[in-house]
Design a protein around this ligand. Structure first.
Ligand code: SIN
Length: 329
């Protein structure tokens, strides 16, 4: 009798384990941008690769355009297990770590290659783990590109921004950056920017060529100043509990697919920095302004004191490492 009971229990356990193994894992990937962007393309490539390599085992559902969550809510959703992956802009992690604020410092990186060197180096790699104690794991970075300033007024020198309202992402560094030129920064979700510009509730915003084009901001802004003053890149993030809970073989394939999708997205980012800029220029809807070296130096001089203000929160070692990435090739 006892033998029978043990056997029945063993069979039940094996059955439970098998059905658990057989259950398809669903990865929901929520993001806020259009599909025709570096992040949109990366997410779709990731889905394609994972589902091809793990048929019936892992399903990836991608939700673009803030359909599921805006960036202000998605990190909570990850921690609650409602979403498994997101790639918010690096400016949106202030509630969880102050270290990633380094990426918002104005005029820090000379170009996207310097950004890549910093992210791929030891300090950048360590930053991926800067939210482990909060339950968030960074899986990697993804490029979008350098930011440009768009406005209803021509912005050539810092005093042109005086008194204008700019939408910013949820970053205190960006508040300080605009206050440094006596402008009025307003933290607003990405999904609201077009309407805020169209209704003239705000005067301007800062973003990459790809976002200005794909979300049509250029249609409701008279000028875009090619300032390259900051960065919008992404941290691909998941819940530490979810990530560690994946079977090792599945995690390996997901991770490899992620790396390949990121390489694809980075190439799209490089291409779009040129092609979407050209589309905006060709549209004739907003005028692209170039800065002379002298005028650019004025913006740098006005905004650079922000670095010192945030040095204590970010860490001087981190800022120094980022600066150093400009000096290498
Ligand atoms: C994004 O590129 O994901 C959004 C950036 C923004 O909020 O401006």
């Amino acid at each position: 009798m006892r033998f029978l009971k043990i056997s029945v229990t063993a069979v039940a356990l094996v059955f439970a384990a098998t059905s658990l193994q057989a259950k398809e894992i669903v990865i929901k990937f929520s993001h806020v941008v259009a599909e025709n962007t570096p992040k949109g393309k990366m997410a779709n490539k990731f889905k394609e690769l994972v589902e091809k390599r793990l048929p019936g085992k892992v399903k990836v559902q991608v939700f673009p355009n803030s359909q599921l969550y805006g960036d202000n809510k998605v990190l909570e959703a990850i921690l609650l297990g409602d979403v498994q992956l997101a790639a918010p802009s690096l400016s949106k992690f202030g509630k969880y770590t102050k270290k990633l604020q380094v990426f918002d410092l104005p005029f820090l990186f000379k170009d996207i290659h310097a950004v890549g060197r910093f992210q791929g180096g030891p300090v950048g790699q360590k930053l991926l783990m800067s939210m482990e104690s909060k339950g968030l794991t960074g899986l990697g970075y993804l490029h979008n590109g350098l930011k440009q300033l768009s406005a209803s007024r021509a912005l050539k020198v810092p005093s042109d921004a005086n008194g204008l309202k700019f939408r910013i992402q949820s970053s205190d560094v960006l508040v300080a950056q605009f206050e440094a030129v006596k402008a009025l920064p307003l933290k607003k979700p990405f999904s609201e920017v077009f309407t805020l510009l169209q209704t003239k509730a705000i005067d301007g915003q800062e973003n990459t060529w790809s976002n200005i084009y794909s979300k049509k901001f250029f249609e409701v802004q008279d000028y875009v100043t090619e300032s390259n003053h900051g960065l919008i890149d992404y941290l691909i993030v998941t819940s530490t509990e979810f990530w560690k809970g994946l079977p090792a073989d599945i995690r390996g394939v997901v991770s490899k697919s992620m790396n390949e999708a990121v390489a694809h997205g980075n190439q799209v980012a490089l291409d779009k920095a040129t092609s979407d800029r050209k589309r905006i220029a060709d549209s004739g809807r907003s005028k692209i302004l170039q800065l002379s070296a002298g005028d650019r130096a004025k913006w740098v001089e006005a905004m650079k004191p922000v670095w010192k203000k945030f040095e204590g929160q970010i860490g001087k070692d981190i800022i120094d490492a980022a600066v150093k990435s400009n000096m290498m090739n």
